[in-house]
Design a protein around this ligand. Structure first.
Ligand code: GDP
Length: 427
């Protein structure tokens, strides 16, 4: 991927596709990297040499010297966790504070949002969403209910205090209704205002910075969290996250016009995973599923939860290509399939309404869907040291070509391991 002005990197499945590593790689050529949605529920894992970095809110571009890293208005900023992450990077010798900027329009995520998250999941009982418990949903609820507190509100401390007390008191009403322990609004306001002096210098107009960067010919990367199938509108609602994860959200979530974006890279695993509840038509039950999970290390970076695993789902991939307007794919974790004798691809769903080859909006159809599988022979040889497409086993190349054919999107990168250099660049 070169020659772009403004590139969105988006998860093409249910998240955890390995976006962190791809953004880290692409950031080398970009001048600016911005996150456009989500909060500390994201967990990007990046390996640099022998070091492992887990980033929750700060774009993974921060690991490259000199890169400007911004958090757009579409993000909900978990203040405490943000500073923990920033201090962690500083302690490891990274000059993060000088390079991070936060939109004045981004909403703050405070302690009571986490309490509300737990309380509402508990109240849902078996119908719970399986959220990460980080308060993301309640923070977006407050934003839409117009009682949210924005980073820019910290400019006037008295005003910020009033807003926090108002919003925290409203949270207490909901906690009381749930029979949960209440919070102390004044304490939350004090805690936030203690952070004020450190937050204000980081505040910036993210849309303006991006627009200026693009105009100056400096490439911009817009980084999404989670994945397209968790998008609040286009995902498997209600088992979704609370924000617009798809590529169009990169414009509203940073404050640029959609025509500023010229390329969209979908990061997609060579198989499928999902964490939390909700339909997963490609899910593999039993030992085979567990083997895929263990080989792929499919345990959440934020929560440690085991992920559900399935074969590559071409129906999902095609849908994702369409709703995101993907111009290229980064196929990750091909190496995880190295030892399988046979590999399957889901090409359709058999449902009560007949055979589907387009992803439906009707969850009840998905829940009862039986996957239509195409079987391909596995390559049964290691790929971790392969660096060019020509060196890949024939059968692996055929698998890649089949995915391109089924999705209609060219594959620009193939991931063959966790390390920065374990990537095949195509074209
Ligand atoms: P993200 O949120 O999309 O960045 O995904 P996560 O960080 O939660 O999960 C990706 C995991 O897969 C991380 O541990 C990465 O180091 C790892 N990973 C990324 N690309 C590859 C790859 O091509 N092969 C293997 N084996 N692991 C990879």
């Amino acid at each position: 991927m070169s020659g772009y002005r403004c590139l969105v990197v988006v998860g093409a499945q249910w998240g955890d596709e390995g976006k962190g590593k791809i953004v880290d790689m692409l950031a080398e050529e970009a001048g600016l990297v911005a996150r456009y949605q989500g909060g500390a529920n994201a967990g990007h894992t990046v390996h640099v040499g022998d070091e492992e970095f887990i980033l929750h809110q700060i774009p993974s571009g921060i690991l490259h010297p000199g890169k400007r890293c911004l958090l757009g208005n579409g993000v909900v900023l978990d203040v405490e966790q943000f500073f923990q992450e920033l201090d962690g990077l500083i302690a490891r010798g990274i000059d993060a504070e000088a390079r991070v900027g936060i939109s004045g329009r981004a909403h703050l995520l405070l302690d009571y949002h986490k309490r509300l998250d737990h309380a509402s999941e508990q109240a849902r009982g078996p119908a719970r969403i399986g959220t990460t418990g980080k308060g993301i949903g309640p923070a977006y609820e407050d934003k839409i209910a117009r009682r949210g507190i924005r980073v820019g509100d910290l400019r006037i401390p008295e005003r910020a205090r009033e807003l926090v007390i108002e919003a925290a008191s409203a949270a207490n009403e909901r906690l009381r209704a749930n029979g949960t322990e209440l919070i102390d609004p004044a304490r939350i306001a004090d805690q936030l205002l203690e952070r004020r002096a450190r937050i204000l210098p980081l505040m910036t107009d993210v849309g303006l910075e991006i627009t200026r960067s693009v105009a100056a010919g400096v490439p911009v990367l817009l980084e999404g969290a989670q994945g397209a199938l968790l998008d609040v509108d286009h995902g498997t609602y209600p088992f979704v996250t609370a924000s617009t994860t798809t590529a169009a959200g990169a414009a509203t979530g940073t404050g640029i016009g959609p025509t500023t974006i010229d390329s969209v890279l979908g990061v997609i695993k060579a198989y499928t995973t999902r964490v939390g509840s909700g339909p997963l038509p490609s899910e593999i039950d039993g030992e085979l599923g567990i083997r895929l999970r263990d080989l792929g290390g499919e345990y959440g970076a934020t929560t440690g939860r085991p992920r559900r695993c399935g074969w590559f789902d071409a129906v999902v991939a095609r849908y994702s290509a369409r709703v995101n307007g993907l111009t290229a794919l980064a196929l990750t974790k091909l190496d995880v399939l190295d030892t399988f004798k046979e590999i399957q691809i889901v090409t359709g769903y058999q449902t009560d309404a007949g055979l589907l080859d387009e992803f439906p909006d009707d969850l009840s159809l998905l829940e009862g869907a039986r996957p239509v599988l195409e079987t391909m022979p596995g390559w049964e040889s290691p790929t971790q040291d392969v660096r060019s497409i020509g060196q890949l086993p024939d059968r692996a190349r055929r698998y890649i070509a089949r995915i391109e054919e089924l999705t209609g999107v060219p594959i620009a990168y193939v991931g063959v391991g966790t390390k920065r250099e374990q990537i095949i660049r195509i074209g």
